[in-house]
Design a protein around this ligand. Sequence first.
Ligand SMILES: Cc1ncc(COP(=O)(O)O)c(C=O)c1O
Length: 387
Amino acid sequence: MSHFPSERILMGPGPSNVSPRVLEALSRPLVGHLDPEFLAIMNEIQDLLRQVFRTSNPLTIPISGTGSAGMEASVVNFVEPGDSVLVAQHGVFGQRLAEEMRRCRAECTVVSVPFGEPLDPEQIQVMAEKCRPRLIAVVHAETSTGVLQPIEPIREICDRFDSLLLVDAVTSLGGHPVLVDEWKIDICYSGTQKCLSCPPGLAPFTASPRAIEYLNSRQTKCQSWYLDLTLVQNYWGENRTYHHTAPVSMNYALREALGIIVEEGLEMRWARHERNHQALVAGVSAMGLEMKVSPEFRLWSLNTVVIPEGVNDLQTRQELLSKYHLEIGGGLGDLAGKVWRVGLMGETSKAQNVLYFLHALEKCLTSQGFRCSAGSGVSAASDVLAE
Ligand SMILES: Cc1ncc(COP(=O)(O)O)c(C=O)c1O
């Protein structure tokens, strides 16, 4: 068995490809997690994360653990048993948020829509009037459906009920605008392996002063010791009190990945994600395939393409992987077997990846009897990229 896995083009729902600079950072000499040199790196990471989250929140840190640790930290710290919370749910990750709320014994009200559709703020407003939520939670970029849920209308509802706003930005941070201060998001988390293009293992997190006020006035102790932010913030804050051993090398990698983002510039990065997404949509449409989500709610980072009739889902994905070293994702939850999830996140969001994918997909589909004119996808995408 080789210890050197193959090089893949990672066009699935994450992880995305990472820069050689990030891989190099992982191999730098290990220092202690309380070494002054590491403490300086921690400060830099917090500054960089504030830039990427577009926030001045003092508590802005990477939680040790994957995106799910960010989700769990957001729920266990800011929800107490008996709290009324509302989860605006439009896919699998919204379902997980609701499950986490119930496990925290919150009174959880759910507003949901069929997979592939965005939530209607009116519907959220109606439910909020009934349950008067102390907190409203929503997934910004639903990786299971490819929907980008606009946040500002939900913020307005939070304002009417004085609710905290919790946003999952796992698949949007670094690829789409996530404007924490402007949108008055109180609690926001992400994951390193999507548009930030770093290996999986850390969950960037930020909380507003208002959320911290809530945290400090909790009636009950946070039931998770590991994710208790009142303890974790003593390690990341001025005291530097040992809480757990930070994953030192992953933090080196995150600092490098965030440095690359700031060098590129967030606006440029968002524009790149949008352009490559548009090229991919033009390509698959020219081949006669359909997108699952209507244009105004489509994610740039995760494209859900409807699997055409007569085409075998698994066979196509396996062929893409074995012949072309290209990974795409299958459908999740209600969309299993119905869509492919094609990621264009961070380093992976490149023109040449879009063109290569369209070429490879055409070969896989036509080998199964699907008819489309040769080169139509690549040609349509090239036109968009040339604009
Ligand atoms: C929107 C969303 N939230 C949460 C998660 C969970 O993150 P992780 O798998 O890194 O624990 C994911 C992972 O794909 C996600 O896409």
